[in-house]
Design a protein around this ligand. Structure first.
Ligand SMILES: Nc1nc2c(ncn2[C@@H]2O[C@H](COP(=O)(O)OP(=O)(O)OP(=O)(O)O)[C@@H](O)[C@H]2O)c(=O)[nH]1
Ligand SMILES: [Mg+2]
Length: 300
């Protein structure tokens, strides 16, 4: 039996658990046609049932606590295919991801997850604001911060504007997302690990909050370092970029139901699976399994 093991990765709040919840709902309910279907499931999938129920009821999924390596396993199969495809998702909490970046150390459990990886489902969120700026961006955004142009009177024009700045303490979580992601991909590809995914599908989550551009344009604009890294390694590691709205819009937390959101509007969609939106590479409008089919090398 063919076994494909994909890893799900992304920094904190990048939409991983919401995707798993919506995917489980979609394949379990069979409300809509998808390119991959639910495969054989053994063991305990209570956690998936819980988060999928929560999703269907129109609540945000609960955050994955640090170090909770919730073994999210969703087995899928291609209709008409002779064998079931055993597909595993590994949900690493965003904080664990950031700790790897900050400490340069990876614990044995996480290392074995990387060793077993075939494809990589890499999550970034359209909600998080652009979190890094070039010197040019700063100049454009804050013209008043630029030193005034003065006539050359022989004195150093910057002498007054250059004031000593206190070094803020290094907070790893504040490092731009794309730097953390590229650093991690590069570190696992280097010795001693030497691990590369066979393919990378970038999922831009919360796509309902993105401007009306195609997902690859969004990534090029918002995360140029990551885009450049992916493009430079494309021959060895093919990649694709999808925009995905797993919730379809904003939802409140169950314990804070009055937070302003699009819940009422979303609950009016009769077929819950139709709240989901997928953009890119010919995916059907609600088909979250499309990127996974490609990742598995099963696209025609
Ligand atoms: N508007 C909108 N928000 C979304 C969507 N998907 C996820 N979110 C929000 O994004 C936030 C993070 O989603 P999670 O699925 O918890 O992200 P995660 O990557 O599992 O986060 P950690 O477990 O903390 O690492 C939550 O507030 C979600 O409600 C979406 O399709 N649309
Ligand atoms: Mg999570």
């Amino acid at each position: 039996m063919a076994k494909v093991n994909h890893m799900v990765m992304g920094v904190q709040s990048s939409g991983k658990t919401t995707f798993a919840a919506a995917l489980w709902y979609l394949i379990d309910s069979r409300e809509l046609d998808t390119v991959l279907r639910k495969g054989l499931h053994n063991g305990d999938f209570q956690y998936l049932e819980t988060i999928a129920d929560n999703w269907a009821a129109g609540w945000q999924v609960i955050r994955t606590p640090t170090d909770a390596h919730e073994p999210i396993r969703i087995n899928l199969k291609q209709p008409g295919g002779e064998e079931d495809i055993d597909l595993n998702f590994i949900d690493l909490s965003g904080e664990t991801f950031e700790r790897i970046f900050a400490t340069r150390a990876i614990d044995a459990r996480v290392e074995s997850l990387f060793e077993a990886m075939d494809g990589l489902l890499l999550f970034v969120s359209a909600i998080r604001k652009k979190d890094d700026m070039s010197i040019l961006d700063i100049g454009l955004a804050m013209p008043e911060a630029m030193p005034p142009e003065v006539e050359d009177d022989g004195e150093d024009p910057q002498a007054e504007t250059l004031k000593p700045v206190e070094d803020p303490e290094f907070t790893p979580g504040k490092t731009p997302q794309q730097v953390q992601i590229v650093d991690l991909l590069q570190s696992i590809a280097d010795a001693p690990m030497g691990l590369r995914p066979s393919r990378i599908a970038v999922i831009i989550s919360a796509w309902d909050k993105a401007p009306p551009v195609m997902p690859d344009i969004w990534l090029k604009d918002r995360m140029p370092l990551l885009y450049q890294y992916l493009a430079n390694h494309e021959l060895a590691v093919p990649f694709r970029i999808y925009g995905v709205s797993a919730q379809g819009g904003s939802l409140p937390k169950r314990e804070k139901p009055d937070t302003p959101s699009q819940r009422t509007e979303l609950l009016k969609v009769k077929v819950a699976g139709e709240r989901i939106k997928v953009v890119g590479h010919g995916a059907r409008a609600h088909d979250l399994t499309h990127p996974i089919q490609w990742l598995s090398g099963l696209e025609d």
